[in-house]
Design a protein. Structure first.
Length: 706
């Protein structure tokens, strides 16, 4: 941002008869108030400068302009508005050219579309990704893009939020010329001179007539129906379609007015607040205490121990990140299966036409299968993914301690086990860390980086570097049973079990959870993951369970019948003939009834709202405890965990953001009300009580930790 002492964020200089307007607002040239004002002033200067025949707009640094300054949303808007700036650029009586060498996104692309001509360099990426922030293009994008690239293609660009390469943007009609090189100024100046030599005049996108309007409207009808189905409660996608319709049906200025009104509606929506929270939170999680002091260790060759579900997925992730991987398994048969698990992923891509045999061969050349630990003496980093059994893991780590070179990072993918104890099995606990991937590990974005007591800071930063290479979303977590995600999951899953035993069917609970925005409910997830996994954990914990705590046995009754979910054809649901979508099972309802009767529970009705109040209160209360114990650094780390690893609806920003938006006093009041039934389970987290007493929210902790 500019201050009196700093250079202005928009600078102008004459290069012959061209006024070069360059934007310099690091890191991404976002269109904050100072940039908007600077751009407006620059165009006014150009229009009154008799010696200037043309204007060239460029961005300094990596980006052209990455869009509106998202940090300004939610605050009182400061003039000039971006639509005003864009209209003024388009109205200029000088030839205006945008030279795009990096991100031209959202408002950044809208600035470019207001220019009269556009040239793009190879690293340019163009898009209107506002939808992923709960918004729509609000500075003429919904009106200008359809005029330049056609109605359907423009709507698709806005609804998908995808970025186009320079080449694709030119093919789509958004860009007039492609150029080689990296320097937007030299390229832009050359293009301006070329245009001037041709006698080019200002050419305004607003004046383009949309061709074949009836066909365009028919396409939009189909798109509206499809969007209503696909957007699952999201507000802005349908508004985008309506605005594009306005581009077809209304004169340009009326279309702009409709776009503005819709943009302001989106801006005011809680979905916008949730999605923008998610955007920043995902960028904050990599900011950890260790980052300043400790440089990551070098790594290029890694080992993965275990080639089962997780080991294979982790191997694919590592290979895709350009690393060299040796996979270790117990015996010849297991390693053959491990390799087959890895190849299956690439064969799937080949079958879909998304990978060639040659590309697969090039990747697999970096993969070595082995049954001998001696083959991993030289690796820089090891990720263990063997059975979830502390004794097996300790034995593996003893072996790693014996063979691995000094300074190698030794990581475990355990879901629940005590990593301090695993580290203690080695003579080098400073090198041992948790890397908790999620299944399928080559697809899921979340990586919990679990930090045991004795680990060295540079091992932590190495883990974050690995996450970056693998394009994962890393979250720093402390050691406890289940870390951040699975620990909180266990508690709200328990709340769901109580609701079920007290009267709601698993199907009603799943429906309420889907209605909140999750893709699946908790019982569907159990069936997908396999009921036996949770059953094994419950058995493991049985000895340490508080005998006073309420325990629901319904899932155990189901597992005792061998009903482990999709893989066995039935679980909480029935999956006839390998169906992937389950059907309610009357026999499961009978089991539920029998369990209620056994405990003398008279079932009562639950509305979807009450189900969600309990489900969310349990999640938030445990989240507060996780924070208090320092297992999560900040509330936003919990939010990101649930957004990236547990299907939490992104438009709600995560559980802690949801709590803030709902109001902490209301959440606490719910917990206190539920505590009248079960004071042990619903014990309010002291941190939640403290925040309510002080009139603060979770977000205040995000800020103070930053
Ligand atoms: N406003 C404010 N800050 C932004 C920003 C924006 N539009 N875009 C990125 N930043 C910040 C990030 O928060 C980050 O800050 P930090 O260093 O303090 O954490 C920094 O810029 C760098 O961002 P990334 O870490 O994401 O850098 P990358 O190089 O990985 O990615 C990018 C760059 C592709 C531009 C990516 O940041 C991005 O996708 N940004 C958002 C683009 C976007 O959604 N634009 C539309 C905005 S809405 C709009 O324009 C409305 C209009 O229609 C009226
Ligand atoms: P899995 O049973 O599919 O695979 C385990 C593999 O380890 C098997 O192939 C087995 O042959 C191999 N193995 C066992 N002992 C070994 C040894 N001493 N040396 C070499 N290989 C050995 O199990 P899965 O699901 O892949 O889980 C592995 C780990 O990942 C566990 O700790 C689990 O808790 C964790 N995890 C699992 C998730 C899941 O959704 N499946 C998610 C996140 C973590």
């Amino acid at each position: 941002m500019s201050s009196a002492a700093e250079a202005p964020v928009v600078q102008t200089r004459r290069d012959g008869d061209v006024l070069v307007v360059s934007i310099n607002n690091p890191p991404v040239n976002a269109l904050g108030q100072a940039v908007r004002a600077g751009l407006l002033a620059a165009i006014e200067q150009a229009d009154t400068d008799a010696g200037a025949r043309a204007v060239l707009i460029v961005g300094e640094g990596k980006a052209f302009i990455a869009g509106a300054d998202i940090r300004e949303f939610g605050k009182t808007p400061q003039p000039p508005s971006l639509p005003e700036v864009c209209n003024r650029i388009e109205a200029s009586n000088k030839l205006v050219v945008a030279s795009i060498h990096g991100a031209a996104l959202g408002g950044g692309l809208e600035v470019a579309l207001s220019a009269h001509y556009r040239v793009a360099l190879p690293a340019a990426k163009l898009g209107l990704p506002e939808v992923s922030l709960g918004l729509l293009p609000g500075a003429g994008g919904t009106q200008r893009a359809p005029r330049l690239m056609g109605v359907k293609a423009a709507a698709d660009l806005m609804l998908s939020g995808k970025h186009l390469s320079a080449k694709a943007a030119q093919a789509a009609g958004l860009v007039d010329k492609l150029a080689e090189g990296e320097d937007p100024v030299a390229t832009g100046l050359a293009y301006v001179q070329e245009l001037l030599a041709q006698g080019a005049k200002p050419r305004r996108t607003r004046d383009i007539e949309i061709a074949d309007k009836p066909a365009a409207l028919a396409e939009l009808d189909a798109l509206a129906a499809e969007t209503a189905k696909k957007s699952r409660g999201l507000f802005s996608p349908l508004k985008i379609v309506e605005c594009v319709r306005a581009a077809v049906e209304l004169p340009f200025d009326q279309g702009l007015a409709q776009e503005r009104a819709s943009f302001m509606e989106c801006l005011a929506s809680p979905q916008r607040a949730g999605l923008i929270h998610a955007f920043f939170a995902e960028r904050e999680t990599a900011k950890i205490p260790e980052a300043k002091a400790a440089q990551p260790r070098h790594f290029s060759r890694i080992a993965v121990i275990g080639g089962g579900t997780m080991g294979a997925g982790i191997t694919v992730s590592a290979l895709d990140a350009g690393l060299t991987v040796t996979m270790i398994e117990r015996d010849a048969e297991s390693i053959a299966r491990g390799q087959a698990n890895v190849e299956k992923v690439y064969n799937g891509l080949i079958a879909k036409g998304r990978m060639t045999e040659e590309a697969k061969a090039a990747i697999m050349a970096r993969y070595t299968p082995s049954t001998s630990y001696d083959d991993i003496r030289d690796v820089d980093l090891v990720i263990e993914a063997v059975f979830e059994d502390i004794e097996v893991k300790k034995a593996v780590f003893k072996e790693l301690d014996r063979v691995c070179k000094r300074g190698a990072v030794l990581a475990t993918n355990t879901s629940y086990l005590d990593i301090d104890a695993i580290a203690a099995a080695t003579s080098r606990p400073q090198d041992v860390i948790g890397l908790h991937f999620f299944s399928p590990a080559n697809i899921m974005k979340l990586l919990e980086i679990v930090v045991p007591a004795k680990v060295a800071p540079d091992v932590v930063t190495t883990a974050f570097e690995l996450a970056k290479k693998m394009k994962k979303v890393p979250v720093r977590a402390g050691v406890c049973d289940g870390f951040i995600g699975n620990r909180i999951l266990a508690v709200y899953k328990q709340a769901a079990d109580y609701i079920m035993e007290d009267g709601a069917s698993p199907y009603e609970i799943d429906e309420a959870v889907r209605g909140f925005g999750y893709p699946m409910g908790p019982f569907q997830v159990t069936d997908l993951a396999g009921g036996d996994i949770g059953w094994a954990t419950r058995k493991r914990r049985a000895a340490t369970r508080d005998p006073k705590a309420r325990y629901v046995e319904i899932a155990d009754r189901i597992c005792e019948r061998g009903w482990f979910g999709q893989k066995t054809g039935r679980g909480f649901y029935l999956y006839p003939q390998g169906a992937r979508v389950g059907q309610p099972d009357p026999e499961v309802l009978a089991i539920v009834d029998a369990e209620r009767a056994k405990k003398g529970i008279t079932p009562r009705k639950f509305t979807a709202d009450e189900i969600m109040r309990r489900y969310m209160a349990a999640m938030v209360n445990e989240g507060a405890k996780v924070l208090e114990e320092g297992i999560a650094l900040r509330p936003l780390d919990i939010d990101v965990t649930f957004l990236s690893g547990y299907g939490f609806p992104r438009f709600r920003g995560g559980p802690m953001k949801w709590a803030d938006m709902t109001g902490l006093p209301k959440v606490l009041a719910d917990i206190r009300e539920f505590a009248k039934e079960d004071a042990l389970f619903w014990k309010p987290a002291p941190l939640l009580e403290k925040l309510v007493a002080e009139g603060r929210d979770f977000d205040s902790l995000n800020k103070s930790a930053a």
